[in-house]
Design a protein around this ligand. Structure first.
Ligand SMILES: Nc1ncnc2c1ncn2[C@@H]1O[C@H](COP(=O)(O)OP(=O)(O)O)[C@@H](O)[C@H]1O
Ligand SMILES: [Mg+2]
Length: 335
C-alpha cells in the first residue's frame, strides 16, 4: 500500500453543484465524480475538487492552492467541447503535475476516429475500412468502399449522433447522413464498413504490464429481428428501449483461443495509442473469428456499477482497489 496522497480531482465544471462543491453528500442521481471522490476519501487520501472550464486562471489558482501530488483527471470535455479533452491534459502536463489516465498524445490519437484507425492499420491491426467526409467540403463518394456503411461524427463518443439511420445502404442515404452529421455536429463524418458480428467491450488496466479485465458484450437480438444492429445512443442510454428489442449488456462467453487473441490485440492497441493506466477498447468479432477494433476509449466511465467497474469486480478487483490501482499506476509512471 502506498502512502496517502494529496489528490485534486479535476472534473468538468458543469458537474459541480453549487450547494456541494466538494462532493461531500451523495447526489440524487449517482455520478462517477462522486463515486471516485468518495472512494479516494475512503482510501484515506486528502482530496480536493477543482472544475475545469475555459477560465484557465481559476485552474492555475486551484492547483497553487491545493498543491496536489497527483491529479485524478475525470474531465471529458471543455465547456461541452469534447475535442478539448486533450488540451486539458496538455495544460496539466505544462503545469508538471502527475495525473491519472491518458495524456494529451493518447487523447489526440483516440478522439479522432479516423486518425486512430489510420495509425492502427499501419501497425497491421484490423479496423473497418472507411471514407472520411471533411466538414464544409463537398461530399465526394469513393467507388472502393462497400455498403452497408456506418456514418458517425469523427470526434464524438457515447454514441452521440449514432442511431439506426447511421447504417446506410445507398449513395443517397450516405449523402443524407453525412449532411446530417456535418450540420448537427459541425465536424467531419467518418463512414465505415459495417462489421457484422458480436460486440465486445474490453477493459484494460496497467502500463508496462497490462491486464485485460473480464470482457463485456452487448447482446443484440439479431435473429430475424427488425431491431438495432448497433449500440446506438438509445441502446446505450435507454433501458426501456433495450428491453423492447431484447438487447442486454453482460459478460461475454468467448472461446479460449479467441479470448487470447482479443487480449493480445487489445494490449497492442493500448500501447500503440499511448493509453495510460486504464482504458476500454470496443471491438467486433466476425463469425470467421476476425477481430475488428471499432474504437478505443481513453476515458471510459469508471463510476461504481458502470461497465468498467463491473468488469474489474468480476476480475477480483473491488471498486476500492480499482481506484487505488489507477492512482498507483499513474504515480509509478512519474517515479
Ligand atoms: N464499423 C462499424 N461496424 C459495426 N458497428 C459499428 C461500426 N462503427 C460503429 N458501430 C456501432 O456503433 C457503436 C458506437 O460506435 P463507436 O465508434 O464506438 O462510437 P462512440 O464513440 O460513440 O461509442 C458501436 O458500439 C457499434 O455498435
Ligand atoms: Mg464506443
Amino acid at each position: 500500500m502506498m502512502k496517502k496522497l494529496n489528490i485534486t480531482v479535476l472534473v468538468d465544471q458543469g458537474e459541480i453543484s453549487a450547494s456541494d462543491p466538494d462532493f461531500l453528500y451523495p447526489p440524487e442521481e449517482p455520478i462517477t465524480e462522486y463515486h471516485v471522490i468518495e472512494t479516494l476519501r475512503e482510501l484515506g487520501h486528502n482530496v480536493s475538487v477543482l472544475g475545469a472550464d475555459k477560465n484557465v486562471e481559476n485552474m492555475i489558482r486551484g492547483f497553487k492552492e491545493y498543491e496536489p501530488e497527483l491529479i485524478f483527471n475525470l474531465t471529458e470535455h471543455l465547456a461541452g467541447d469534447r475535442k478539448f479533452d486533450k488540451n486539458i491534459a496538455s495544460f496539466i502536463e505544462m503545469m508538471d503535475i502527475p495525473f491519472t489516465g491518458t495524456g494529451s498524445t493518447g487523447l489526440l490519437l483516440t478522439r479522432d476516429k479516423r486518425l486512430c484507425k489510420q495509425l492502427l492499420s499501419l501497425h497491421r491491426i484490423r479496423v473497418p475500412k472507411f471514407v472520411f467526409f471533411p466538414f464544409k467540403k463537398t461530399i465526394k463518394l469513393s467507388k472502393t468502399i462497400k455498403f452497408p456503411l456506418v456514418v458517425k461524427p469523427v470526434l464524438e463518443d457515447s454514441s452521440e449522433g449514432i442511431s439506426n439511420a447511421s447504417i446506410v445502404e445507398s449513395e443517397d442515404a450516405l449523402r443524407d447522413r453525412v449532411k446530417f452529421v456535418h450540420e448537427g455536429w459541425k465536424q467531419g463524418a467518418i463512414a465505415e464498413e459495417y462489421i457484422d458480428g458480436r460486440e465486445f467491450y474490453v477493459g484494460v488496466i496497467g502500463n508496462k504490464k497490462l491486464r485485460v479485465l473480464p470482457i463485456r458484450e452487448c447482446r443484440f437480438n439479431f435473429e430475424g429481428s427488425e431491431g438495432p444492429r448497433l449500440a446506438t445512443y438509445r441502446v446505450k442510454w435507454n433501458p426501456e428501449y433495450r428491453k423492447k428489442w431484447k438487447i442486454s449488456f453482460d459478460f461475454a462467453d468467448i472461446e479460449t483461443q479467441i479470448m487470447k487473441k482479443i487480449e493480445r490485440t487489445c494490449k497492442k492497441v493500448f500501447k500503440i495509442l499511448q493509453l495510460k493506466d486504464y482504458a476500454r477498447i470496443d471491438i467486433r468479432l466476425t463469425s470467421e473469428g476476425d477481430i475488428y477494433i471499432l474504437e478505443a476509449n481513453a476515458n471510459p466511465d469508471i463510476g461504481y456499477g458502470d461497465e468498467f467497474a463491473e468488469s474489474a469486480e468480476k476480475g477480483g478487483i473491488s471498486y476500492l482497489d480499482l481506484i487505488q490501482q489507477i492512482i498507483e499506476n499513474a504515480f509509478k509512471r512519474y517515479a
